[in-house]
Structures are given as C-alpha cells and as structure tokens.
Design a protein around this ligand. Structure first.
Ligand code: ATP
Length: 236
C-alpha cells in the first residue's frame, strides 16, 4: 500500500520557483531517499509535505489530500519531521524533550516503555538523560531529534540530512540506529541525505533531484551501480 504520494509538486519562495514538479511515493513501511546537490530542492520537498512551505500539485497521505494543510494538522495525522539543524529544545533536558515529543499521544501508558526502547537504541542519550539538549554533542543532538520525533509515534518520518556536520563515524552510528529502528518498527521514512552511501545503507529506493525536479529514480542497488551516481555522489 502507498502511504505517501507526491505528484508533480511545485513550490516557491516568494517569486522564485524551487520545485518544478517532484513526484515520488513511499510505500507503507518503506524507506525512500531523496538525493541531490545543494539547492536541488530536497529540504523544500520535505517542507511541502509537512506544510511549512506553500506547495502546488498533489500530496496524498494515507488516502487524504494534505497539500496546504497546516503543519500541526499534518503532524497530528502521523507525519514527523526531523528538520535539518535538528530542532531540539535546547533548554529542556533529554528526558523532557522525549516527553514533549509525545505530547499529542493518547496512549500515555506506552510512553515510558517507548522512552526505554529509544534509550536502548541510543545508549548515549541514556547517559545524558538529565542534561540540557543544548549541552549535547552534535551527534547526540541528532539522536535526540530522531528520538523525539519517534516519541510522537508517527506513521512516517521525514528525516533531513541527519549526517550534517557529524564526524563520519558518528554519522554511521546515527544511521545504524535508524536502520535498527526501521527493522524493529517498520516505520516508513523519507530521507534527505547528501551522503549517498549512508542513504543507500538505509533506503530501498531513491530519487535524485536536480533544480527542483526528479532526474532519476530507482532501487538503491540500481542507483549504486550507475556511473553518473558514482561520480556525483559516491566519490568514485
Ligand atoms: P541543501 O542541502 O543546501 O539544503 P536542498 O536540496 O535541500 O539543499 P533546498 O533547501 O530545498 O535545497 O533549497 C532549494 C532552493 O531554494 C535553493 O536555491 C535555496 O537557495 C532556495 N531557498 C531555500 N530556502 C529558502 C528561503 N527560505 N527563501 C528563499 N530561498 C530559499
């Protein structure tokens, strides 16, 4: 079953068109990557979905047209956005951030066990549970951002550039944990990533954007085998 479908999505910042027709679909339980150079429109595509930029075209989530819906409504439907730059609440502790992530949930009894699960998934967070988010390292903040989003119990996770600014080994740790989360939960994911190696370690299929439109779509295996992808994104 298709969970999310984008058809010919367009978006503008003021008069400047940055998405010229992006199409993609995320199956229920699937993980899809968005690759592309700086400025290709990856972040804007996620913003169009979460309602933080005005978009044209069709955006359908679980059978419902969500294009133009307010961000809080989109979140309430089960789409959690982990923005570039992480967006944790710096003055709150790790535990408080996790609890804030769960604030819309009705199944209050399940919140404690879910926090325990996430602290197992990200053991570094357990050690920093009472620290302010602002005191965490970049890698820990990224882990917290993902964990906080997962605390909302979403059906789809939008993940923007989770490796940004992290040392290579830290970025791999973050992706290892996200891969395990995917295996454990079957949570569907739409993943923006400039590091194509990391993206391919997580996603089943990916689409490549150039100046606001799709230029290539395929399975991770297909894309990894293409010369143009190797040259542009895999450093080879
Ligand atoms: P990056 O990895 O650099 O974030 P991206 O593929 O995610 O790249 P977007 O952030 O979606 O690209 O940006 C697409 C285009 O829109 C770029 O040319 C960018 O400069 C422009 N842009 C992004 N945000 C704004 C904004 N708030 N106002 C005006 N232009 C913007």
């Amino acid at each position: 079953m298709t969970l999310l479908e984008l058809e010919n999505v367009t978006a503008y910042y003021g008069p400047v068109q940055v998405l010229e027709g992006v199409s993609l679909s995320v199956p229920d339980g699937g993980a899809v990557g968005i690759l592309g150079a700086n400025g290709a429109g990856k972040t804007t595509t996620l913003r169009a979905i979460s309602g933080t930029v005005r978009a044209g075209g069709r955006i359908v989530f679980d059978g419902q047209d969500i294009r133009g819906m307010r961000p809080d409504k989109v979140a309430a439907l089960g789409i959690a956005h982990v923005p570039e730059g992480r967006g944790t609440l710096g003055n709150l502790t790790v535990r408080e951030n996790l609890r804030v992530g769960a604030y819309l949930r009705k199944d209050r009894k399940q919140i404690g066990p879910d926090i325990d699960y996430l602290l197992e998934l990200f053991p570094q967070l357990r050690e920093r549970i009472s620290s302010a988010a602002s005191a965490l390292s970049g890698g820990e903040q990224q882990m917290l951002a993902v964990a906080r989003a997962v605390m909302a119990k979403p059906r789809l996770l939008l993940l923007d550039e989770a490796s940004l600014g992290l040392a290579p080994s830290t970025a791999r740790n973050v992706y290892d944990a996200i891969r395990r989360l995917r295996q454990d939960s079957g949570l569907a994911m739409l993943v923006v990533e400039q590091n194509a190696n990391l993206a391919f370690s997580l996603v089943d299929t990916a689409t490549v954007l150039e100046t606001g439109r799709n230029v290539l779509t395929g399975t991770s295996t297909e894309l990894k085998g293409m010369d143009e992808i190797r040259r542009a994104y895999l450093g080879g």
